[in-house]
Design a protein around this ligand. Structure first.
Ligand code: G3H
Ligand code: 13P
Ligand code: ZN
Length: 316
């Protein structure tokens, strides 16, 4: 199967009450860890690439890695998605590079400018059958070139359900990332978070059958934070999005759930562990291998939380 878009995945996810995991990839080991979990669970998959990932690995390497994943897993629908594109130019470049889905994140602009820029991307992407995710409202945390709101201000930047209707109608986007209290990165919440499920439900009520996206959905797993700190790291105490909240959102209108930080932490924890336990180790295979295995185990678990195990076939 060639790379696929998100249309069928989202239709099925919406109808059957699950979400597709969107995992960020930056290199071969991360991609392999994700893919082997997905293949074992027979789940649909969105592999997402940020501007930073393009800069780090170069698009030709990432594309070649993903092409192998697609070829070796003909029964798994795989979408290649641009994460947080912030200009028309980067979105156009990704459409031209063969991405099957792009995100234009103009949420830091005014409402009118967000609509206009999203519309420009939609008009270009749709000519090539590429779907477009947009964002309304603002998340916390920092992405490259897109500074999120401070954690204390999250509640006042949630998506306005009435604006969402106007936004979707005027921009023509295919899915919408909503701000519902999550934030990017490893330092999300000091205590057990309360996500704004009422906002998700209100948007869903006003936009029936329209797929929503939840960013900043890593759980910041204690297991990895503890390993990192045990072996010399200094990550402060923080909580992420509990997996129960991921499951709850998946059963609602949320069809795509973004996870990056948990991949990074799994990888870092294992590498630190190998370095600490075997100070003479210098073969990258002996630390990147365990890191890849940890990513696989973590993703296997996430697929259950998302409810998308065994759904590859119906999304194809
Ligand atoms: O939301 C941001 C993703 O975690 C990607 O992060 O821009 O550092 O690659 P990045
Ligand atoms: P996390 O930082 O919670 O993994 O979120 C990733 C994300 O939203 C990528 O777009
Ligand atoms: Zn994001």
């Amino acid at each position: 199967m060639a790379l696929v878009g998100t249309k069928k995945m989202f239709e099925m996810a919406y109808k059957n009450g699950y979400a597709v995991g969107a995992f960020n990839v930056n290199n071969m080991e991360i991609t392999q860890g994700i893919i082997s979990a997905i293949a074992e669970k027979k789940a649909p998959l969105i592999l997402q690439i940020s501007k930073g990932a393009r800069k780090y690995a170069s698009m030709s390497y990432l594309r070649a890695i993903i092409d192998v994943a697609v070829k070796e897993n003909p029964d798994i629908p795989i979408c290649m998605h641009l994460d947080h594109g912030d200009t028309f130019e980067i979105c156009k470049q990704c459409v031209d590079d063969g991405f099957t889905s792009v995100m234009i994140d103009a949420s830091h602009h005014s409402f009118a400018e967000n609509i206009a820029l999203t519309r420009q991307v939609v008009d270009y992407a749709h000519k090539y059958g590429v779907s477009v995710e947009a964002e309304l409202g603002q998340l916390g945390g920092i992405e490259e070139d897109v500074v999120g709101v401070s954690h204390d201000d999250l509640a006042s930047h949630l998506t306005d359900p009435n604006q969402a209707v106007e936004f979707v109608k005027k921009s023509g986007c295919d899915s919408l990332a909503v701000a519902c209290g999550t934030s990017h990165g490893a330092y999300k919440f000091k205590t057990e978070p309360k996500l704004a499920f009422d906002v998700i439900q209100a948007v869903a009520d006003k936009l029936p059958m329209f797929p929503l996206v939840m960013h900043g959905s890593s759980s910041v797993l204690k297991e990895f934070k503890d390993l990192i700190n045990k072996y010399g790291g200094k990550m402060p105490d923080a909580m992420g999005v509990p997996e129960s909240a991921i499951t709850q959102a998946s059963k609602m209108a949320v069809c795509k759930i973004n996870i990056d930080t948990d991949l990074r932490m799994a990888m870092t924890a294992k590498i630190r562990q190998v370095f600490a336990e075997k100070p003479t180790e210098f073969d990258p295979r002996n630390y990147l291998g365990p890191a890849r295995d940890a990513i696989k185990a973590m993703v296997l678990h996430k697929i259950d939380a998302l409810g998308c195990a065994g759904k590859a076939k119906e999304c194809s």
